[in-house]
Design a protein around this ligand. Sequence first.
Ligand code: FEO
Ligand code: CA
Ligand code: CA
Length: 659
Amino acid sequence: MTSKQDLPNAPFDQSEDMSSNPSDSPTLGDVIALRLSRRDLVRGALAAGSVSSAISPMAIAAAPRPVQAQAASPEPSFNFPEVTAGVDEVHHVAAGYDAEVLIRWGDPVLPDSPAFDPTNPSGDAQERQFGYNSDFIGFIPLDDRSTQGLLVVNHEYTNDEIMYPGLQGKNRSERVSGLSEAHVRASMAAHGGSIIEIKRTGGRWTVVGGSRYARRITASTPMEITGPAAGHELLRTNADATGTRVLGMLNNCAGGVTPWGTWLTCEENFNFYFWGKETAKSSPHSEALDRYGILEDYYPWSRYEPRFDMAQEPNECHRFGWVVEIDPLNPTSTPKKRTALGRFKHEGAGNIVNKDGRFVVYQGDDQRFDYVYKFVTEGKVDLGNRAANADLLDAGTLYVARFDADGRGEWMPLVAANPKLSSFKDQGEILIHARLAADALGATKMDRPEDVEANPKTGKVYVMLTNNKERKTTGDNGIDAVNPRPENRFGHIVEITPDNGDHAAAGFTWDILVRCGDPAIAEVGATFNHATSKNGWFGMPDNCAIDADGRLWIATDGNNLKATGRTDGLYAMETGGALRGTSRLFFRCPVGAELCGPCFTPDLETLFVAIQHPGESEDTKAPATYEQPTTRWPDFVDDRPPRPSVVAITRKGGGKIGT
Ligand code: FEO
Ligand code: CA
Ligand code: CA
């Protein structure tokens, strides 16, 4: 999701791009001997062997330390003609590849879907059609050939101001004030997710009409709340005295697919849907509400749906901010909000089966100065018995990360037995207010943790940190070893190596893979490998994927015109050998859009990407309108307005992507 602070005329004071973390957990900003990566020391990029206390943390943070290519003929992991970076109204994919729209907002998902007609907004119609602003994409094969499968797709949020024609006003808030109940019902149905069956014939992917798996999940779909917090008093409402039943999921950003073929979909900026700033201030839970930003008053749903009014349902907001598990193979199954994984602004659910059989889910909490988490199940994955994993995610331990200046780190358990958490009433409250519990443990405040993915080939884990303009040079929100740049505009990527290759271990080492931004501008302090071309660098890493060959791909979310002078795109990133830190541009978006997904089929022959909010304008004086969107898609679609889409990328004539 684009940082709402950068969108026109929105009340952005509680977006994920802002901090809501007032805790005084150590940020090590005043630690003189900032930790240097082992590679920095090996390379001698700074004084070899040790850091003099005469070198200020600022000087270290600002110093550009490009990775040196060390071998004479390093072998790249990727092979494709690099796209030229830039800005225009169309997409660009590497030469030799096709990029075709698979499905767009408003296209049919269910068989009885009416034709797309944004002039006649309707919840009934929209809940049969593909939703808006897709983020996570997962592919669940139905055969062993990667040619037929289910695509599970999140619909994160809506840009109401550009979705519907005829809304009047010079900015978003004025236009949104004119939303009718029909608009709101349509927007609620445009949230959530879609399950579609797709197949590849003659090299082309199409949606299978009438599939028995086809399903829409919306902001109104009945769901179950499970795990340690289920039934907690903080989860009970007038409509649900049990605290176990909830309607819908909100702002589902990234996610994951489990080895047993379920979809993990993650509620991120759920705070935007609840109204009642004044009510929140006088609540007995005002500290927690403030920490979660439940003061937003952004989407005006409470006009027509009282549960989004804090005065009427003060606990409804506690029922969002979870990881939801959905079984796409059972279209009548009830989605389950898994409270054991904690409540925060979940970015994604990158996961891996640990060597002891337990299941580990890595999670970012996407807000400035928030944390990186992992969840380790109590039980083991049973790959031979799908049903045995049905409730695996209801028991286990949630941990939050502390990154130390010496390159070590610790996963700290958020458990009631911890004396530091004695002020929490029970484990349920620890999970519901996981941010507060993590504050109490002194977790490391990060520069907006987005996707976190584990590489099964190497055992290493990659953390996308998108940016943090509020990072200071000193103090509680000051730089530290793992967040080393003040006013971090372009983000960085951290690599975690679990002790002994054990993803359940408490200890780990860490390193910075790359500091992002333009390497040609010394003050930026970017550290891409010198082998990176002027097209290959990027800022604001967000979604990422590790393909079947263990290669890292990174999608950006970057307010791209102002910050980088290039549109968002998908980059192939070397993580090992002499080319480590080298990035190449594979695909780029039209201006105004953000790249999400990405998702590879197991045979690596197809890459699915999602194009979010085409038409969104960064120009607050002249924001996009339905009638005059900033983006046209001449090579995608021949109609207006631009519509968020899922795009299938394949190699002309077949073959693996990027080889
Ligand atoms: Fe929805 Fe953190 O991006
Ligand atoms: Ca994003
Ligand atoms: Ca994201």
